[in-house]
Design a protein around this ligand. Structure first.
Ligand code: MEZ
Length: 598
């Protein structure tokens, strides 16, 4: 098998296919059961799977072999010309097998989340290998044969998004043996898609810039944004631990030096990497690196199908379905549920809010709410499930979120008549309602050169084909299909408000930049599902509360799987704070509980 000779052709091919691990008894004929180029080139099983032909749920050896033949992410990224470069995307250095298949056609993982104006091509033929059925049946037999397996850990964490990583790192550093389980083929959850930043009050970065902020104000604004329906004790914990959360992230290696304003807030409280880069991909890389440094046991393709309890409110572990290893039991002294929300689950959203069914969701495909259902099944109290946040600005007909920080950087919202109609930095519920009240149920973000330069994410939207640009306001109006006179008057009035530092029309408090050329830009936006505020009830110690109102023993939760922190409307930037503050509390308390139980 001349694999080395294949490498260059494979790297340059859009139909790159890599064999997916499957366990079988003997070595079939070379190329049998494969799809695409590996089939054509008669790759042998052992070339990908190694001599033992076995595979773990992380597909570790297999991915090592992929990289051995084809090169690592950096090599592959360097060979890609053009704007779309999946090997240098925000997914980071993940398993090759998340996208590339050998036994069936590959599918770019990007396509699960994104539907860009500019399409990402499917990789390889959409037609699946005729051998798929055989492969699935063989895998199922193997899984069933292994179902009696039992492992154990001190702390099991369900869901490797931001909260899951923070809880795992914290529990590990507090001395516990931790296993972090993720049902999707890559870690990161919704946190990896987080565009904005982390809200924190009275941080060293604010003070360095001479800004005065106060956790008490953060409490007030979070409660007001949540329509006073939040659990006030949880909000206090969120706000008073927020500056410490930023320090924790910096101690892990994160950059949180840039500040921007989010809706419903009177100061620049949203911290993000320099230049306005998206916070989520940055943090997930930092978390992955820290997990690797600690040798943390992180397992992808590992879905928790049941949380085990003794029937008296004490959790005893979980049952896991590994993609390759099948069903097994993981005994644990403590379980932390960080499985995320359900804004990607059309059926569940439709059940709680029929009017939001079929609206676009900004969420990753794994945000389907099993973490809430699993907890409820063993007696957890669940609250506020019908509180589903609609984000005002998703890119037109796509699933791409246009970050609130674009408005925070100075962009205005304009309707199809070319006029402003709302304070752009009001809370999300109000901004979304104002857009949906327009006859077209959509609007435009309008901005100038200085605003574009201040927020690197806008360049990303340009690459994705979501931005119209023109040399004058009149030319931009023509592209948007709005009256030129009206748009010119709107931009003029806004620039006067900027100069006077007063917005008499909409009382927008923060007017950071004027809308000036040489280029002018617009982005067509529509509201879409973004965050589910409801979920498992917790107390200030991140303990899950049972239906009897008492904390359940050894059971903790953090992040979007929980309800109560954000009330009926979350403020932009508070989700990452939630993941870090309550992830740390859950991890530390679970580790302490384990120690005391020993
Ligand atoms: O917290 C968020 O959801 C957020 C800031 C999103 C965004 O618009 O960037």
């Amino acid at each position: 098998m001349k694999l080395k000779n294949m490498v260059n052709a494979l790297l340059l091919s859009a139909a790159l296919l890599i064999a997916v691990p499957t366990v079988w008894g003997g070595e079939p004929a070379k190329g049998a059961f494969l799809a695409g180029m590996h089939k054509k080139n008669k790759v042998a099983c052992a070339d990908c799977h190694g001599k033992s032909l076995t595979v773990d749920d992380n597909e570790t050896a297999l991915n090592k072999n992929c990289k051995g033949c084809h090169g690592g992410f950096k090599d592959l990224a360097a060979q890609t010309k053009g704007h779309i470069n999946p090997h240098a995307s925000h997914l980071g250095d993940t398993n090759c097998t998340a996208c590339h298949k050998g036994h069936v056609a590959s599918k770019a993982y990007c396509n699960y989340c994104h539907s860009f104006a500019m399409k990402i091509p499917a990789m390889g033929s959409e037609k699946e290998s005729s051998d798929k059925k055989w492969v699935q049946e063989t895998a199922r037999e193997k899984k069933e044969a292994k179902s009696a397996r039992t492992e154990s850990a001190d702390v099991v964490v369900i869901g490797a998004g931001g909260s899951g990583y923070v809880a795992s790192i914290s529990a590990h550093d507090a001395g516990a043996k931790v296993i972090l389980l993720e049902k999707m083929p890559i870690s990161g959850g919704n946190s990896m898609l987080a565009a904005g930043g982390i809200n924190a009050a009275r941080t060293r970065y604010q003070e360095r810039l001479g800004m005065h902020d106060d956790p008490a104000e953060m409490v007030k604004e979070t409660m007001k944004g949540g329509r006073e329906k939040n659990d006030p004790e949880l909000v206090k914990v969120l706000a008073y631990n927020s500056a410490d959360a930023v320090d924790f992230l910096v101690s892990l290696g994160a950059d949180m030096t840039d500040l921007v304003r989010s809706g419903g807030v009177a100061v620049d409280r949203t911290h993000r990497p320099v230049g306005g880069a998206a916070v989520g991909p940055h943090l997930i890389k930092v978390y992955r690196d820290n997990a690797a440094k600690r040798n943390l046991d992180v397992r992808v393709n590992s879905e928790v199908v049941q949380i085990l309890s003794d029937g008296q409110g004490r959790v005893t572990g979980v049952q896991v379905r590994g993609k390759h290893s099948g069903l097994y039991t993981m005994k644990a002294k403590a379980v932390i549920d960080t499985a995320g929300g359900f804004a990607a689950n059309n059926e569940l959203v439709g059940f709680y809010k029929p009017q939001f069914k079929e609206t676009a969701s900004s969420n990753q495909p794994g945000a389907t709410g099993e973490g809430v259902a699993l907890a409820e099944k063993i007696g957890a109290k669940v609250i506020d499930m019908e509180q589903i946040q609609i984000h005002p600005t998703m890119g037109g007909e796509t699933k791409v979120l246009i970050s609130e920080t674009v408005r925070g950087s100075g962009a205005i919202l304009v309707n199809h008549a070319g006029k402003r109609f709302v304070n752009e930095l009001t809370t999300r519920d109000k901004a979304s309602a104002a857009i949906l009240a327009q006859p077209e149920k959509s609007a435009f973000l309008v901005l100038g050169e200085e605003i574009r330069k201040s927020n690197v994410q806008i360049d990303g939207y340009i690459v994705l084909g979501l931005v119209q640009e023109a040399d004058s306001v009149a030319a931009l109006a023509a592209k948007m299909g709005v009256p030129a006179d009206a748009l010119a008057a709107t931009v003029d009035a806004y620039n006067k408000a900027f100069a006077a530092k007063k917005d008499p029309e909409f009382q927008r408090q923060d007017l950071p930049r004027a809308i000036n050329g040489p280029k002018y830009y617009s982005i067509w936006v529509k509201p879409g599902r973004h965050h589910t505020m409801g979920g498992v009830k917790i107390n200030t110690e991140a303990q899950v509360i049972g239906k009897d109102g008492k904390p359940m023993t050894g059971f903790y939760a953090a992040g979007e799987v929980t309800g109560g922190v954000h009330g009926w409307n979350r403020l932009g930037g508070n989700a990452i704070t939630d993941t870090v503050v309550f992830g740390r509390i859950a991890g530390n308390n679970a580790a302490r509980f384990v120690k005391e139980a020993k």
